[in-house]
Design a protein around this ligand. Sequence first.
Ligand code: ADE
Length: 229
Amino acid sequence: MKITAITIFPEYFAPIKLSLIGKAIESKLIDFKTVDLREFTHDNHRTVDDTPYGGGAGMVMKPEPWGEAIDAELESSEDVLDLVILTPSGTRFNQAFANKLVNSKKLVFACGRYEGIDARVAQHYEKVDGVRVHEVSIGDYVLNGGEVAALVMIEAITRLIPGVIGNPESLLQESHNEIGEVEYPVYTKPSNWRGLEVPEVLTSGNHGEIARWRRQEGLRRSELLRKSE
Ligand code: ADE
C-alpha cells in the first residue's frame, strides 16, 4: 500500500517510523512518504492560506497548492487514489471504514490547517477519474489540523494489512470486530493484585466456560458503550 500525507508540517509524521508500522515500512509492506504543501507554492512567502470569502474569523487554505500537490500524486502512479480530506465536518471514521480502506492501493491524506481547505478541492476531485474522495472526521471535536487525525487513520488501517501485526488472530478477537462488539476484559499474572482477584473462570481450565464468559462480558461492555453514546 502506498500512503502519502500532504501537510505543511511533515515533522508531525516522525512517529510513523516507530514500532509495527515502522517495521512494515522497512519490509516494504507499506510505502510511506510526506509531501510538503509549501513546495507547491510560487511566491516568496510560500503562502498556503488566505482570508475567507464572505468574511469571518481565521484563514482558509488556498486551492492552488492543493491542486498541484494532489495532481503530482495522481501522475506518479497508475493506481486509483483514495483521497482522504481530514475535516471535523467529514464522515466519522470507524472500524468498518478502516476495513474498507485497507483494500486501497494508494491513500493520500490531505491534512488541512486553519479553518480548512477551500471546498472546491473536494468538489474538483469528485469529478476526476481515478480518484475517490473521502471527507473524514476522526471524532466530534476540533483538532488544530488533520495531521494527528491522519496518524490515527494510518495506524487503524495499516494494522489490518496482512503481515503488519505479529498475530493475525488478534484482529478477529479484538474490539469493534465484524460483529461490532467490544472486547472482553483481559488479565495476566499475578492472579491477585492489590487485593483484586482474576475472575475464577479464567483459571478453571474449562475452555467452553471461558469462551462463554468472554462472550457475555463482551456483550455487557458493548451494551454499556451503546447506552453511553
Ligand atoms: N481536523 C480538525 N479536526 C479534525 C477532526 N476531528 N477529524 C479530522 N480532521 C480534523
